[in-house]
Design a protein around this ligand. Structure first.
Ligand SMILES: Cc1cc2nc3c(=O)[nH]c(=O)nc-3n(C[C@H](O)[C@H](O)[C@H](O)COP(=O)(O)OP(=O)(O)OC[C@H]3O[C@@H](n4cnc5c(N)ncnc54)[C@H](O)[C@@H]3O)c2cc1C
Length: 492
């Protein structure tokens, strides 16, 4: 018997949506192409993670020039969130309106911050977020505190935070989904980039999916890769979902289909199926933050931290600090250990990698990427081609310069930086955008396809803008909201 609802993908969007919809009693099947990350996987070995890409699929995509590459995209139960840095931060209230940036306009969402605020709060409870609503200079309004207090700074980070405060900025505690005691009990590493084996990271598997699977009406089928969707040409309704498992093709015929395969794969699935694209916007407006890693070195600073990733700086989020345009967000990276440095810069002698790591503070700088219809995911002979057109680099360069200046003022005489390249689409979004106009968007403001009444897309693909903060909490909040829309529809 076919279920009422098929959800494609068990990542942040799919798992959160399943959690929101499960109490309705609707029969839900989640189809996930990956499997569960095993308990005995080499999950804390940076050499396996960063060099052999032990947790990546061997899938290749083409870049804009037609060159093949292995994307940093993860297919497993819980999706990319299994490897994520667990920063669970809301978009700013202003991110939902039109914002003028250095190199263009970030358009308004079809819904306001107020429309999503209650869903943000539910998502923060589902993902047990640790944080402090008072310390971020542009924190949007909250109805109450975070469910748990912030993850504490390690001693070296207390020193770094104080130095930055003395240099004139206002570090805030990053909202995080990590039970730090449980995480460290399982291994003495940071969590950013390390896969979670159900030992303290609050991700799509351990929170969203775990909540959904408590209900008998929810099934998860793993190693089930959805190939295409089919629609009735007359009613435009999606009639069936075809997936492959164990080399065999299967079909389900649910009443509602929700695509949550991640921004690139959701667009690829719709393109492959030839559906939902009357606007010709499927795959367009691909965004991925402009991101730079910064390493600030001071021989007098002793960094003996294990996880490091506890604070951020939003002083230049809404303006450059002098009344100019927005620049972006600064946050600590997970600790860059000597091994990780050596993997990134193989020519570095081991002793130097250790010395640098011991005296460095590591940061991650994010600026908004603006939606551009020419920045696209397309299929070329069935293979994914990612034609990412970066935008708004003026703002990003200014953010990097400001941060470097501040770090020097904070007593770090050497500050090095490296721009992340397009092979790491960690913050991919925008390719199946929601909007108010069916001519320039694929989804209506409820994340329903303008073309197919029983088709929803509720993952990072739906985000109409990338803002300059990490996307996962917004994906989860939107999915909980979509679940509520579907619940009401099924009840009618
Ligand atoms: C290393 C890393 C660090 C990150 N750190 C952060 C962070 O600190 N904070 C933050 O907010 N975000 C972070 N992100 C981004 C975050 O993980 C994503 O924004 C989020 O997971 C997106 O949710 P999603 O549902 O769109 O996609 P995903 O979570 O990737 O889920 C998509 C799911 O669909 C499955 N799937 C794909 N195609 C098919 C198919 N055809 N059939 C069936 N199943 C399919 C995939 O296997 C996957 O499980 C990070 C990402 C990475 C890679």
């Amino acid at each position: 018997m076919s279920p009422d609802v098929v959800i494609i993908g068990s990542g942040m969007g799919g798992a959160s949506l399943a959690a929101g919809l499960a109490p309705s009693g609707a029969r839900i099947t989640i189809l996930e192409r990956g499997t569960q990350i095993p308990d005995d996987a080499p999950a804390r070995d940076p050499w396996r993670i960063y060099t052999n890409s032990a947790f990546r699929s061997k899938e290749t995509w083409l870049d804009g020039t037609g060159t093949e590459f292995e994307p940093g995209n993860y297919y497993n139960v819980g999706g990319n969130s299994k490897l994520y840095g667990a920063v669970l931060i809301r978009y700013r209230e202003e991110d939902f309106g039109e914002l003028e940036h250095e190199d263009g306009i970030s358009p308004a969402w079809p819904i306001s911050y107020k429309d999503l605020a209650t869903w943000y709060e539910k998502a923060e409870h589902l993902y047990n977020v640790r944080g402090d609503v008072t310390s971020d200079v542009c924190e949007p309004p909250h109805d109450g505190p975070y469910p748990f207090p912030p993850v504490p700074d390690e001693p070296a980070l207390k020193v770094a935070r104080q130095r930055l405060e003395d240099a004139g900025v206002q570090p805030f505690s990053l909202p995080l989904g990590v039970d730090i005691e449980r995480w460290l009990a399982a291994g003495q590493t940071g969590w950013d980039g390390y896969p979670d084996q159900r030992c303290g990271k609050m991700d799509a598997e351990t929170c969203g999916l775990a909540a959904a699977l408590q209900h008998d009406n929810v099934d998860l089928i793993t190693s089930a890769e959805v190939q295409t969707l089919q629609a009735d040409p007359k009613t435009r309704r999606i009639t069936s979902v075809t997936y492959k498992k164990g080399g065999e093709e299967h079909q389900l015929k649910p009443a509602v289909v929700v695509v949550c395969a991640g921004a690139v794969q959701s667009a690829a699935l719709l393109l492959r199926s030839g559906l939902a694209n009357s606007s010709d916007y499927v795959g367009r407006c691909f965004m991925n933050h402009n991101a730079t890693a910064v390493i600030a070195i001071d021989p007098r600073f002793h960094n003996d931290s294990i996880y490091q990733k506890t604070f951020g700086i939003n002083d230049w989020y809404l303006s450059d600090g002098n009344g100019g345009k927005p620049l972006g967000n600064v946050q600590l990276l997970g600790r860059v250990t000597p091994d990780i440095l050596k993997i990134q810069v193989p020519q570095l002698p081991k002793f130097l990698a250790k010395w640098l790591s011991d005296h460095a503070l590591d940061l991650y700088l994010i600026s908004e990427d603006l939606p551009d219809p020419e920045s696209r995911v397309v299929l070329k002979n069935g293979q994914i081609q990612l034609r990412w057109q970066r935008s708004n680099m003026t703002a990003h360069q200014k953010l990097v310069s400001k941060t470097k200046r501040t770090l020097r003022k904070a007593g770090f005489p050497i500050v090095l930086s490296r721009l992340f390249d397009g092979r790491v689409p960690s913050h991919q979004c925008g390719t199946v955008r929601m909007g108010g106009d069916p001519k320039t968007s694929v989804l209506d403001p409820d994340c329903r396809s303008w073309d197919h009444p029983n088709l929803y897309v509720s993952d990072a693909a739906a985000l109409p803008t990338s803002a300059a903060v990490n996307p996962a909490l917004t994906v989860a909040a939107l999915a909980l909201r979509t679940a509520d829309t579907i619940r009401k529809e099924l009840a009618q």
